[in-house]
Design a protein around this ligand. Structure first.
Ligand code: AMP
Ligand code: FE
Ligand code: FE
Ligand code: ZN
Length: 285
């Protein structure tokens, strides 16, 4: 059984439609795929309806969160959430707040870039995102289309990097609160790419222990941005804290070079995840 529990569609910052994601999943030989668009559940219905025969779709999302260290600025962390109730009011309200936060922050980034002569427009970007959840990959695409940079990667390495003067942080959810919201909605919270050092500062073991204390249920161990030594570290932490482990591609279509199914989840760990989720169910076509 081949299982990929982290993918994005054009409902957030991937490039495939939800239909395209499930088709790509089946073509890659997956038996199970989770759709985890940022801060939204809008792609679930289409992905489930379009799933080719034999493919199981796990409903999920990836919430933008922050960890607040004792005496340092907050650290950006991502929280995957699976099998929660999409109508649970408090979690739904927080997703809505995060989407609005993304819009105001995206507009600030684009306006500042445009003011300095980069020929991109917020109105055009919003039109192209077609009502989906906006992120830096959309700005990166706009910069590529305008000929400012040669690739999405180049945009992320320069103008959109978290150290760039154009970078604007979002008021993301306190991760401990995010974990509580997901659990209250019957979901399974899993810490996404926790040791992806290339993305910026990472949290220490004490943060992961605190998250476990707040109800975290899993760690994403096998991820394209994790080097082998960090996967071992995370696997050890998961064993110590009795957390389940996942492996996933974090597929974003052509916005990233990682193919779907680049990393996969152990079937026993997947069974554990399914047994813990009570807010919604995997859908098998
Ligand atoms: P944001 O959520 O708006 O801060 O943007 C971060 C998103 O951009 C995450 O979903 C990342 O997966 C994605 N991302 C980070 N680096 C790159 C890159 N080099 N190319 C494409 N997408 C990226
Ligand atoms: Fe993304
Ligand atoms: Fe992420
Ligand atoms: Zn992701």
């Amino acid at each position: 059984m081949r299982i990929d529990l982290h993918t994005h569609s054009a409902v957030s910052d991937g490039t495939d439609t939800p239909t395209g994601v499930v088709q790509a999943a089946a073509a890659a030989g997956l038996d199970v795929v989770a759709l985890t668009d940022h801060d939204t559940t809008d792609g679930w219905a289409e992905a489930i309806a379009a799933a080719p025969s034999g493919l199981t779709v796990v409903p999920g999302t990836e919430l933008s969160c922050r960890w607040f260290p004792a005496d340092e600025p907050p650290i950006s962390v991502h929280l995957l959430a699976y099998l929660f109730d999409p109508d649970a009011p408090e979690l739904a309200a927080e997703r809505q707040r995060l989407r609005e936060e993304r819009l105001s922050r995206g507009e600030r980034i684009v306006t500042a870039l445009a003011a300095d002569g980069h020929p991109i427009s917020w109105a055009r970007l919003v039109e192209r995102s077609a009502g989906g959840v906006v992120g830096r990959p959309h700005v990166a695409r706009a910069l590529v289309d305008a000929g400012v940079v040669g690739s999405v990667d180049e945009a992320f390495a320069g103008l959109l990097h978290h150290t760039s003067p154009y970078y604007v942080a979002k008021a993301d959810t306190d991760v401990l609160e995010g974990i509580a919201l997901v659990r209250a909605a019957g979901g399974v919270p899993v810490f996404a790419h926790g040791l992806a050092r290339s993305r910026g500062r990472i949290v220490g073991d004490e943060a992961i222990a605190a998250m476990a204390g707040a109800g975290l249920l899993g760690l994403e161990v096998d991820h394209p941005d994790h080097v082998p030594a960090d996967r071992d570290l995370l696997r050890g932490l998961a064993a110590d804290l009795d957390l389940l482990t996942t492996g996933s591609s974090d597929y974003h279509g052509s916005n990233k070079r990682t193919p779907i199914a680049a990393c996969t989840t152990d079937p026993e760990q997947y069974a554990r995840l399914v047994s813990l989720g009570t807010g919604s169910a995997p859908a098998t076509a």
